[in-house]
Design a protein around this ligand. Sequence first.
Ligand SMILES: [Fe+2]
Length: 222
Amino acid sequence: MITFDFHSHILPGADHGARDREESRRILCTAKQAGIETIAATPHFYPHRHHVEGFLKRREEAYARLTEIRATEDVPEILLGAEVLACPGIDNMSGLDRLTLDGTQILLLEMPFVAAELTDELFETVERLIDECGYTVFMAHPNRYPDFCVDRMVAMGAKLQLNLEDICSFKEGRRAKRWVREGLVYAVGSDVHHDEKIYKSLKKADKVVSAALDRINDPLHA
Ligand SMILES: [Fe+2]
């Protein structure tokens, strides 16, 4: 079964995810009851809007708000990361290396949703992140993008992080299954913002990604 949630917005007030400590607590307790042992807290980082220093401070403060919950409730272990919006030239942004997951080289990248922004310049940036900067790039929720985008990311060496919602959806489930079959899936995330009911789909998702479970539950060694 899936025990590692690679993508979540559970830190209270860190982004437009969990609004307060109680919402975080509810999500975390539900995740644990559903079988999640480790959860990556990945608040949004928008390079055109945020500075690394300010982002890390906000993330730290949000994490500190969970100290009591972590000490007294049965919740998953929380690792700190970020969901970084890919922008052309982001490889030159100072402090990018501080946005990786839990001190690893793993960078969770969200591609832009506007097709016109999926430019050669952007893909070349991702290529440099992988080849020159040495990041292990995980592409967040590939189901939200056209095939050419996913194919190009995979060809450069990006690993796919599927969202529970997509794995279980009628429309996107087929693509998810194909990527699992092709050995491209390295992580699964709830991408939970507010609604802990997403963890109800874990059991169904388990079946779809069963061939990739070893990797999904140990993504830090990808
Ligand atoms: Fe997200």
